[in-house]
Design a protein around this ligand. Structure first.
Ligand SMILES: Nc1nc2c(c(=O)[nH]1)N[C@H]1C(S)=C(S)[C@@H](COP(=O)(O)O)O[C@H]1N2
Ligand SMILES: [Mo]
Length: 308
């Protein structure tokens, strides 16, 4: 993960945002009827949801433009603007999610059916990238534990492994082995069952933009952003700690846990402060990204310097 450059909002043209919507409005006649915010999302993609007050932050949310034009999604390129510029390369039609492994009830579900299965909630979370920037994003989704419970994990299920899409033909980033594809992540089972961990299917009231990991992605707000794996095709309950992409790539820089921790620096930079995208002055980074009250009990007695 390279050092980031802040891009000015003005550098991102509305046209570029428009051309990279998941379902591009093809007709130029239709074009003239929509305001910018409607161009960002096709009308049919509105989601019905209730607002969560228990876990949501009341901090100012980042703009839709910031959230969709400054991304990490290496399948769509390594630059921060690449995911937006290449968003239409991600094929999301007829997306299937498979739940398997140490479960009594393995299943494959179509994403449209998944959306109907659970009541959707808006969760406004901070997302803290390991590169020391952060955003506040109004996610729409449901708790990860709901889908795990459906699968009825066996007593051997100690971890949960996640896998992103593998599509070397269409995804520009997968034409080269920048990472060991597909992107993989993992959580301990208790972390996965924690109510803060959500599967997100949308943001700002509409389905997820491709660059944010459409059609389904994980959001684990107390961990560095790279744990929040995008465009998931497989969830596997497993007995042993699973392979995680960044940990496998550079184990001395990225641990399995990757909890946000201002007291443990990255070998190449400090984690004590962060820049909220859109702000100039840096903020202090909080332990567990400010979510200690909900998650610190899971790490009681653990040496978080060793288990970084
Ligand atoms: N499949 C996949 N998931 C991914 C990544 C990626 O490159 N590929 N990048 C991660 C990183 S480093 C971050 S910071 C977040 C960014 O999420 P956002 O672009 O929606 O803000 O996605 C994470 N999920
Ligand atoms: Mo990140």
């Amino acid at each position: 993960m390279s050092k980031y450059n802040i891009i000015k909002e003005s550098e991102v043209t509305d046209e570029k945002l428009f051309h990279n919507r998941r379902k591009i409005i093809k007709s130029s006649i239709a074009f003239s009827f929509f305001t910018l915010s409607n161009l960002l999302f096709a009308k049919t993609e509105d989601l019905t949801f209730k607002k969560d007050l228990q876990y949501s932050t009341n901090e100012q949310t980042n703009t839709i433009k910031q959230i969709t034009s400054y991304n990490n999604f290496y399948e769509l390129g390594v630059g921060k603007r690449d995911p937006m510029l290449n968003a239409n390369k991600l094929q999301t039609d007829n997306w299937k999610l498979s739940i398997e492994g140490e479960v009594e009830n393995s299943f494959v579900i179509d994403v449209d059916d998944l959306l109907k299965k659970f009541e959707l909630e808006e969760r406004i979370y901070r997302l803290r990238c390991v590169e020391a920037w952060s955003m506040v994003i109004p996610w729409i989704g449901f708790e990860l534990n709901k889908i795990i419970k459906l699968s009825k994990p066996t007593s051997k299920a100690k971890y949960v492994a996640f896998e992103s899409i593998l599509d070397r033909e269409n995804l520009p980033g997968q034409k080269r082995e920048i990472l060991n594809w597909p992107y993989r992540e993992g959580l301990r089972i208790d972390e996965a069952m924690n109510p803060l961990a959500i599967i997100s299917v949308g943001l700002y009231g509409r389905v997820l933009p491709n660059q944010n990991g459409s059609p389904i992605r994980l959001v684990v707000p107390w961990k560095y952003g790279f744990k929040s794996i995008k465009s998931i095709v497989k969830i596997k309950l497993v007995e042993k700690q699973p392979v995680c992409t960044w940990n496998q790539q550079t184990p001395n820089e990225y641990g399995f846990y990757s909890n946000v921790n201002p007291y443990v620096s990255h070998p190449r930079w400090s984690q004590t402060r962060e820049r909220r995208i859109g702000e100039f002055r840096k903020r202090d980074t909080k332990m567990f990204n400010g979510y200690s009250k909900f998650v610190s009990h899971m790490y009681d007695g653990m040496d978080l310097k060793k288990n970084f």
